[in-house]
Ligand binder design. Structure first.
Ligand SMILES: [Zn+2]
Ligand SMILES: [Zn+2]
Length: 136
């Protein structure tokens, strides 16, 4: 039996796949229900409005969205903060400018490895006539 501290409330509990103690899991389910109910009525709500109305943290709502439990397809104003700068986005983990900057930095770090594609060398196929061996 694996015991660990719940990252949310700090209580000791038997480790499970959800990484939360049963009490917190139940709490989060309740929070999820609250968000979904609110969004069903307030389709144009922003993440901050949902957070204020339901008292669920923006971080937790972001988690629901990223887990695919809350769909932003039907909520035009619902977006979550970029992991780096906090600007509101609707896809991936970070905004475009952070991603662009990160890829640029990454490219510089891995030096300029330009792969020169070698042009296909003309390989002349030599036709080899095979002499039939005659058996006498
Ligand atoms: Zn807990
Ligand atoms: Zn950003």
């Amino acid at each position: 039996m694996n015991l660990g501290n719940c990252p949310r409330c700090g209580k000791l509990y038997t480790l499970n796949l959800r990484e939360l103690c049963p009490a917190c899991m139940k709490l989060i389910e309740k929070e999820y229900e609250k968000c979904v109910t609110y969004l069903r009525e307030q389709k144009g709500a922003t993440i901050h409005e949902v957070s204020e109305a339901t008292e669920v943290s923006v971080r937790q709502i972001t988690k629901f969205i990223k887990e695919g439990r809350i769909s932003i397809a039907n909520a035009p104003n619902l977006a979550y903060p970029c992991e780096v700068c906090g600007i509101l986005i609707r896809e991936s983990n970070m905004c475009d400018s952070c991603r662009t900057r990160l890829t640029r930095e990454l490219r510089q770090a891995t030096s300029t490895d330009q792969d020169h594609k070698t042009g296909s060398t003309h390989e002349r196929q030599t036709y080899r006539a095979v002499d039939n061996e005659r058996k006498y």
